[in-house]
Design a protein around this ligand. Structure first.
Ligand SMILES: Nc1nc2c(c(=O)[nH]1)N[C@H]1C(S)=C(S)[C@@H](COP(=O)(O)O)O[C@H]1N2
Ligand SMILES: [Mo]
Length: 316
């Protein structure tokens, strides 16, 4: 689905992603025209991927999706990665991202702040494969075999202080490589966060690969979060910084549209987005819609996390 860049009010709802419609409106409010995206530029020569010998990793049979895998060529060519453009066909532009070397900072309320190369970090972690469903807030879904390690393994490695309440994650800022970051009206860098309880949950995963190979750049190489009970925008790509903090992070989408996107973003078919229903989802590559499940079908793993939070907007 290629979105032609016209004025916001001319884009039929059916052709535009909801997020794109929203952003176009915002641009108009800011008095910014709907100019085309800059050319992707020349791709860099292909660099060695991060730790290729680790893949394919052993599949953990505790996590299976109950649905057919999305075809690899679909999952690697239909992506959301606003750093490279606010549409789905960013895979070519994303090849410009230099992922090796890749410094990762672990800081904030930890025993000792460190900076470590992603490859070295991944080699210290228990890498395995898990098949997860992915449900985007735009009401589409995929099923993806991820490689990676539990967020909990990273937490154990970082040794947070007892006062830490949240894990804040941040994506790179490199407008020379990522043309979308020259769109100054977005609040770069992309930021996301989890509570410490969410980070320690069995399901919370750091993806380092997909389809038995190192992570494609367009899917968030070399490290991206995968939290399948939440809308896809929580699964932040190409992370450069993990910060343990006692302050709830303000996330990228919360900063853009606080009435539409919140901190929790748990999937719930009964809580509509202000501009569309969340009751069903389009299974990408299959051409049909299916009912959406509460917590994207992962309630047995995660529902307990939310029992004592009556005042929180858990589903936006
Ligand atoms: N840094 C960053 N991470 C991001 C995004 C983004 O634009 N930038 N998009 C999010 C959204 S909306 C979704 S649905 C998923 C898509 O992941 P995929 O392209 O690997 O399927 O990535 C999420 N992570
Ligand atoms: Mo999304």
């Amino acid at each position: 689905m290629l979105i032609r860049r016209r004025k916001g009010w001319e884009i039929p709802e059916s052709q535009a992603t909801p997020e794109t419609v929203f952003l176009n409106r915002r641009r108009l409010l800011l008095g910014i025209g709907a100019a085309g995206l800059g050319a992707a530029g020349l791709a860099q020569p292909l660099r060695a991927h991060t730790a290729p010998d680790l893949y394919p990793a052993r599949r953990n049979p505790a996590y299976e999706a109950g649905r057919a895998l999305t075809e690899e060529k679909i999952a690697t060519s239909y992506n959301n990665f606003y750093e490279f453009g606010s549409h789905k066909r960013i895979a070519d532009a994303a090849q410009k991202l230099n992922v090796s070397p890749w410094q990762v900072k672990i800081d904030g309320m930890v025993a000792k702040e460190i900076t470590i190369d992603a490859e070295e970090l991944i080699r210290k972690m228990p890498v395995e494969e898990r098949v997860y469903r992915l449900r985007c807030v735009e009401a589409w879904s995929m099923v993806i075999p991820w490689s990676g390690f539990p967020v909990r393994a990273l937490v154990d490695f970082a040794q947070p202080q007892s006062g830490a309440k949240y894990l804040r994650m941040e994506t790179f800022v490199r407008p020379k490589e990522a043309g979308g970051q020259r769109q100054f009206w977005y609040p770069w860098p992309y930021v996301e966060g989890l509570t410490m309880a969410e980070a320690a949950n069995d399901l919370a995963f750091i993806g380092t690969g997909a389809y038995g190979k190192p992570m494609p750049k367009q899917m968030g190489a070399p490290l991206r979060l995968v939290v399948p009970w939440k809308y896809g925008f929580k699964s932040i790509k190409s992370i450069v910084r993990f910060t343990f903090t006692d302050q709830r992070p303000k996330t990228f989408w919360e900063a853009i549209g606080p009435d539409e996107y919140g901190f929790w973003a748990n999937v719930n078919p009964e809580v509509a987005h202000p501009r569309w229903s969340q009751a069903t989802e389009e299974v990408i590559g299959v051409g049909k819609r299916i009912p959406t499940q509460i917590y994207n079908g992962y309630g047995e793993f995660v529902a307990d996390l939310y029992r004592d939070l009556p005042d929180e907007k858990l589903f936006m």
